[in-house]
Write a protein that binds this ligand. Structure first.
Ligand SMILES: Cc1ncc(COP(=O)(O)O)c(C=O)c1O
Length: 401
């Protein structure tokens, strides 16, 4: 009989590329146009074309491509007038960028606990975190799972609060008839190497308001305006432009994305059914109203008592030994040294924050603390595997119990 080691499957590597990506990069080199070009003549071909194509794909009116997903959030917040002393509600369970972008604007992130079934921001808890200083909410569709945007928009509307949707995990996610990124004031994306649509680095901001789109553009291009003189700078701005190389690769990747997205959704549904039937496994529940999920990661939690009180490290370690790749989960933001020790921006008073020192104690964030302690994440490319491979994953997990 073949040993476990011999039976180890080979999962799809990421990123997936072919001659089209090679040709795209070569074309940029040969064009002698390696950047998106001055705003008066838009000489770069790919950045401007990608912006149109990605806006079309996400069904948004406007898209501004930028150098990464972190500055995408920062830019959206600045464009929405978030700044010094403002409070911005951010889920506690996300990558640090969702909150560090808030810190970069000199505002104060306020951490919101998550829902134990969907693993994303608990909209019921948002209300209790609103103060007269709350200026915005960063709604993160973690793992592609949409935040309950209809309810969140209602709450935000009542309090005149802006919403930035952090869609770094949710390319293609659709909730109640609308792609994510179109519910709030702006939606931000990352195209970093591990993302489902990638060019190694890169980001984008989508929105549906023309004047906001123009402001966002100016912030990302040194305060310039499209169609105006190169050395005219109208507002505060920086250089967050995307290069032609990234956009050329993204255009090739965008053609591959729809079929991968369908496969990920189909395979996730299959895994959901199979894994849910194992005693002690709880998969991420898609938010009711979800029509498609971006599935940047496939998360689930295990009940240690059903698996001989195994630790999370041993659980993932055993999967890895069996050849199944796992991703590290994000430590809750309140536990990160930069927030716990309040090592952030000079001159900003963080004393009102609901984290820092004693306030960072896990007991104030009970759901995320519990979920994090027993959650496992499978990478998105695993969802591109053949059915037999998914069955293999299910069997390995079943045999751990
Ligand atoms: C939820 C989330 N937001 C924002 C980002 C930042 O994107 P980038 O790495 O492109 O700056 C990431 C990156 O992993 C992310 O996971």
């Amino acid at each position: 009989m073949a040993s476990e080691r011999e039976k180890k499957p080979h999962f799809q590597q990421w990123p997936i590329w072919d001659e089209e990506e090679i040709k795209a990069v070569q074309d940029v080199i040969r064009s002698n146009n390696w950047w998106c070009g001055a705003p008066a003549d838009q000489t770069g071909k790919h950045v401007w074309a990608f912006q149109k194509e990605f806006a079309g794909f996400q069904e948004a009116r406007h898209c501004i491509a930028v150098s990464n997903g972190t500055v995408a959030i920062e830019t959206a917040l600045i464009a929405l007038d978030v700044g010094m002393g403002d409070e911005v509600i951010v889920p506690d369970y996300t990558f640090v960028a969702s909150a560090s972008a808030v810190v970069a604007t000199n505002a104060i992130p306020i951490f919101c606990d998550i829902n134990s079934d969907t693993f994303i921001m608990d909209v019921d808890k948002v209300q209790s975190l609103i103060t007269p200083r709350t200026r915005a909410i960063v709604a993160v569709h973690l793992g592609g799972n949409p935040v309950e945007m209809d309810r969140l928009c209602e709450i935000a509307g009542k309090h005149h609060i802006k919403i930035v949707e952090d869609c770094a995990h949710s390319h293609g996610s659709r909730y109640k008839g609308k792609h994510v990124g179109n519910w709030g004031d702006a939606g931000t994306f990352s195209f970093q190497a591990s993302k489902v649509l990638t060019s190694g680095e890169g980001g984008a901001i989508i929105c549906n308001d023309k004047s906001l789109a123009e402001k966002i553009y100016s912030i990302t291009d040194c305060g310039r305006k499209i169609g105006r003189h190169f050395y005219s700078h109208y507002i505060y701005g920086s250089n967050y432009r995307m290069s032609e190389f990234l956009a050329a690769v993204l255009r090739a990747q965008l053609k591959k994305f729809p079929s991968q997205h369908i496969l990920r959704n189909r395979n996730a549904k299959y895994l959901n059914e199979k894994l849910s039937s194992i005693d002690g496994i709880k998969v991420m529940k898609p938010t009711p109203g979800t029509e498609e999920l971006g599935y940047y990661i496939y998360p689930f939690v295990f009940k240690p008592s059903c698996f001989g009180n195994i630790t999370k490290e041993n659980f993932t370690g055993k999967l890895n030994i069996a050849g199944i790749p796992t991703d590290d989960c994000y430590p809750p933001l309140h536990t990160l040294a930069c927030f716990k020790d309040v090592s952030l921006r000079k001159g900003i008073d963080y004393s009102r924050a609901n984290w820092g020192g004693e306030k960072s104690d896990n007991r104030y964030f009970p759901v995320v603390t519990d979920i994090y302690s027993r959650s496992v994440q499978l990478p998105q490319y695993l969802l591109l595997a053949e059915k037999e491979m998914l069955d293999y994953v299910v069997n390995v997990i079943k045999n751990l119990s």
